[in-house]
Design a protein around this ligand. Structure first.
Ligand SMILES: *Cc1c(COP(=O)(O)O)cnc(C)c1O
Length: 423
């Protein structure tokens, strides 16, 4: 067989077997060329919300292709983008007034950072620092890597990454340290914005913190005139139990980034929502105050139509009830691991469940990760532990039987892996 020229993301090709081709998707499943079925227990990297190929979303895509392809988004607008903007502002926490489109989570966050800096620049106020949280992840571009946790993933690019101020993660019992650190940094008067993943730090290891801390951070930001950016790229669209995670803290951020579940996961699209204040800071007879950002595929009409259809699914179908039911199933299954010596830190936030495998060498590169992945795949499960952190983030259509099977597989695979490590 001729080796494939395809270079896959986050893949060490020297260590991985050639990949199987997926030939179809449906609901919670992926089907490969050999007729194997896999439960997509991580929603294809957190993008699929309702399930693969939701009929309403696929129909909207087909219909949009009858009228549109890509259309320049300076000079003209189009109905899917207009309908989506109105629908998004209705769906998001109250008080956001403008929608800027891009095409990935990383670009949504880049746009947010640029909006924040542009706001103070245009006001001739010297604020240019960005505050982030330890273990954060905001994307893989140079700007978003700068804001994210530094480590093996970005070591080669370190010389290019810009400096940010980092708050310690609010570990249980030490939350006040995080708030005090933020307060102290704010007193410099140089902070333009704080950028955080609300409630759940995803790629950083499914680390959870409370809505009270989120609300307190927003409060400190507000008192110091520092903008609050919520990176809801993963947490949005129901993952944490509410439409957006910020809702649980009663917080409306100044800037909100959304992408992954925006089209239900069917097509790439992103949006950065902001307050009137931020838009108005860029509104001027002086052209130099324009917000200078664009991606070629900004507001792709077909992707926007998919997102409009996704909003319709939220209106027409009992999505909230499915989320409640899925969360209840996690709660029930997680109980059996609660006093289990094999695990530490058994936790849940809405539809996301996570547990740490109690092994001495943790971290993303932990050898147990790839071993577990292979064993899960052999059992028809797509699960990708983040190092020793095993997590489930299934689409909302996943059946109770499939959830039970996923927990069964975790139980079995973990026992096997621990036996291997012991011997
Ligand atoms: C995935 C993710 C991103 C980056 O999104 P891409 O579409 O992969 O660029 C940014 N922020 C968070 C919180 C994410 O989970």
């Amino acid at each position: 067989m001729i080796p494939s020229p395809v270079w896959h993301p986050f893949t060490q090709h020297a260590l991985e077997a050639p990949m199987k081709r997926i030939v179809a998707t449906e609901g919670a499943y992926l089907f490969d060329e050999d007729g194997n079925r896999f439960l997509d227990a991580i929603s294809s990297w957190w993008v699929i919300t309702h399930g693969h190929r939701h009929p309403g979303i696929m129909a909207a895509i087909r219909e949009a292709t009858e009228a549109y392809d890509q259309i320049i988004f300076a000079e003209f607008t189009h109905e899917p983008a207009e309908a989506l903007a109105a629908g998004l502002l209705d769906f998001a926490p109250p008080g956001l007034q403008h929608v800027f489109y891009s095409d990935s989570g990383s670009t949504a966050v880049e746009v947010a950072i640029k909006m924040a800096l542009g706001t103070f620049y245009n006001r001739a106020v010297a604020r240019d620092r960005i505050v982030v949280m330890e273990h954060g992840y905001h994307g893989d571009t140079i700007g978003t890597m700068s804001a994210g946790e530094r480590g093996v993933f970005n070591a080669p690019f370190e010389p290019l990454l810009f400096g940010v101020d980092r708050l310690p993660f609010p570990e249980p019992g030490c939350e006040q340290e995080t708030l005090d650190a933020f307060q102290a940094i704010c007193c410099s008067g140089r902070v333009a914005a704080i950028l955080v993943e609300p409630l759940v730090l995803g790629a950083g290891g499914m680390k959870f913190y409370s809505s009270a801390i989120l609300a307190a951070l927003k409060d400190i930001a507000g008192r110091h005139g520092c903008l609050f950016i919520a990176d809801e790229v993963m947490t949005g669209w129901g993952r944490t139990g509410t439409r957006f995670a910020c809702e649980q803290a009663g917080v409306t951020p100044d800037i909100l980034c959304t992408s992954k579940g925006l089209t239900g996961g069917a097509l790439p699209l992103a949006a950065t929502l902001c307050t009137g204040e931020i838009f108005e800071a860029h509104l001027s007879y002086d052209r130099r105050k324009t917000f200078f950002h664009s991606s070629s595929y900004t507001a792709n009409p077909i992707a926007c139509a998919a997102a409009v259809a996704n909003l319709q699914v939220w209106r027409d179908e009992p999505v909230e009830a499915r989320i409640v039911e899925l969360a209840a199933q996690h709660t029930q299954h997680l109980q059996r691991f609660d006093n289990d010596k094999r695990f530490a830190n058994v936790r849940q936030c809405g539809t996301i469940a996570a547990l740490d495998l109690a092994v001495p060498s943790g971290g993303y590169l932990a050898e147990v990760g790839p071993r577990m992945r292979r064993m899960f795949r052999e059992r028809g499960m797509l699960l990708r532990p983040l190092g020793n952190v095993i997590y489930l983030m299934p689409p909302y259509c996943t059946s109770a039987g499939d959830i039970a099977a996923a927990y069964e597989a975790i139980d079995e695979v973990v026992s096997l892996v621990l036996e291997e490590t012991a011997s």
